[in-house]
Design a protein around this ligand. Structure first.
Ligand SMILES: Cc1cc2nc3c(=O)[nH]c(=O)nc-3n(C[C@H](O)[C@H](O)[C@H](O)COP(=O)(O)OP(=O)(O)OC[C@H]3O[C@@H](n4cnc5c(N)ncnc54)[C@H](O)[C@@H]3O)c2cc1C
Ligand SMILES: *[C@@H]1O[C@H](CO)[C@@H](O)[C@H](O)[C@H]1NC(C)=O
Ligand SMILES: *[C@@H]1O[C@H](CO)[C@@H](O)[C@H](O)[C@H]1NC(C)=O
Length: 415
């Protein structure tokens, strides 16, 4: 992004400009070369206390306060783990340890438009796909980034925030394949319980909830392109629908997991509100290496993790809950002796339980990047001016509140 200073500068903008120049001078004197993101981060820290949210941030337990034993040990503080830790600690009789490999979220992760800037940072596991002749062929060494969140909030702290539930038939298929309790009518009450729908007109819908911790909105900033997309969809015969309502086919402005225009990660929704719960210990920068399992009873009784280069073992009186995400959960199971026998033996892991399905059947949606075409009314979204930064830090509006990737969301019939 380029910073383009403006000539007729109003006062709030001057403040931002001075802060910007000051920070740049200070840093360049210190011999540090830093990009726009760092400057922006410092500006946010200085001028947006609502994003810094100092008083509500999740309380991180110091190593000396860690206990030897908890009722529940939850591995991974992502979309699933943050919710579990919150819900379990509602019962004051239980103690819970939440272990997270990453740290707290960076302030820039609050900005939808900064999502791309989080790839390949400390908030990402920086996974890459294997070199292949079948996919990722336009990429260096035929490898794609496989972004996964590594911080409180997990992938919800760097995902695209689109709030889209599965199709009714997806859940009904799960139920009908032998999973009672997973049909759409069974899961709908939980979607509603989680949600605080703020979009006018949807708050009264039987498909939405308004008293949950996860805020759902439309993006605060409407891009000038939005109208063109809507018109095109209408011309194709599609209607505006609630994609999380009765039928999915159609289009609309996206529903996003944002609050006041900023990312509402599961950490913001479920962990920041637990700061005063003494029965929850959140331990960041804690990489779990193994789940400890009793060989005879095949019961998990604890975990082994490393924090600040020191190995720790904690025991779980009731349960160990594995919520480390689609890549790391099966990997941890295998490291702990649960997985395909032949493969585990091949790499020298003692088999506790032969389970051929572990690590199989990974599913993901494909995405294309780089599709570029010219339109009649050119608009260049890639230049961020100082005025945009001012709008964001001072007026709390403007295109830095945009998603930067989705103006209209549509489900179309391809058959
Ligand atoms: C770039 C991107 C964009 C996306 N966009 C959307 C979207 O717009 N809408 C949508 O609905 N979904 C989206 N998703 C998917 C969605 O974010 C994930 O499906 C969801 O967050 C997964 O939740 P989870 O709890 O299974 O895992 P995660 O949220 O990934 O949490 C796993 C956590 O476990 C931690 N962990 C892993 N291993 C260990 C270990 N050994 N020790 C300790 N901690 C560990 C990780 O650091 C992480 O914090 C997107 C995902 C990505 C990556
Ligand atoms: C907590 O324990 C007390 C005493 O054993 C019991 O009376 C109470 O019902 C328990 N609370 C919950 C939520 O289980
Ligand atoms: C839901 O969001 C609205 C609008 O931001 C807010 O006023 C209300 O307090 C929220 N409700 C809950 C339960 O957090």
């Amino acid at each position: 992004m380029d910073i383009v200073p403006d000539r007729n500068t109003p006062v709030p903008q001057l403040i931002v400009q001075w802060a910007y120049t000051g920070i740049r001078l200070a840093l360049s004197c210190a011999g540090v070369t830093v990009g726009f993101v760092t400057f922006f981060e410092v500006l946010i820290v200085l001028l947006r206390p609502d994003i810094v949210d100092k008083d509500n941030r999740a309380r991180i337990v110091p190593t000396v306060e860690l206990l030897d034993q908890y009722d529940f040990v939850v591995i991974g503080a992502g979309s699933a783990g943050a919710v579990l830790a919150n819900r379990l600690t509602e019962n004051k009789n239980w103690t819970i340890l939440l272990l997270e490999a990453g740290g707290d979220e960076r302030v820039i992760s609050d900005l939808p438009v900064m999502t791309y800037n989080l790839v390949n940072t400390d908030m990402d596991w920086k996974f890459k796909t294997e070199s292949s002749s079948a996919y990722c062929k336009g990429m260096v060494d035929n490898q794609c980034h496989w972004t996964r969140g590594k911080s409180l909030g997990g992938s919800s702290s760097l995902n695209y925030m689109l709030y889209v539930r599965g199709n009714r038939r997806d859940y009904d298929n799960w139920r009908d394949s032998g999973n009672p309790g997973w049909g759409y009518d069974d899961v709908l009450p939980y979607f509603k319980k989680a949600e605080n729908m703020t979009i006018p007109g949807l708050r009264e819908s039987p498909y939405h909830g308004t008293s949950g911790p996860l805020t759902v909105e439309n993006p605060r900033y409407e891009h000038p392109m939005q109208g063109y997309f809507s018109n095109a969809m209408s011309e194709m015969g599609y209607h505006e629908v609630d994609v999380n309502g009765k039928t999915q086919t159609g289009f609309n402005r996206p529903q996003t997991t944002t609050r006041n225009g900023l990312r509402c990660s599961t950490s913001k929704a479920y962990l920041r509100s637990t700061a005063d719960r003494r029965n929850l210990h959140i331990s960041t920068n804690s990489l779990v290496h193994k789940i400890l399992i009793d060989k005879t009873t095949k019961t998990a009784y604890g975990v082994e993790f490393v924090r600040e280069n020191v190995r720790h073992i904690v025991r779980a009186k009731k349960e160990v809950i594995l919520s480390a995400g689609a890549i790391e959960s099966p990997k941890l199971l295998m490291l702990s002796g649960i997985g395909p026998k032949d493969h585990l033996e091949e790499v020298g892991i003692k088999v506790i339980h032969d389970s051929p399905g572990v690590g199989q059947n990974l599913q993901d949606h494909i995405m294309i990047g780089g599709l570029t075409f010219l339109i009649d009314a050119p608009y260049n979204p890639s230049t961020t001016t100082l005025a945009d930064v001012t709008d964001f830090v001072v007026k709390r509006e403007g295109h830095l509140y945009g998603t930067g990737f989705c103006e209209i969301l549509a489900f179309v019939n391809t058959r």
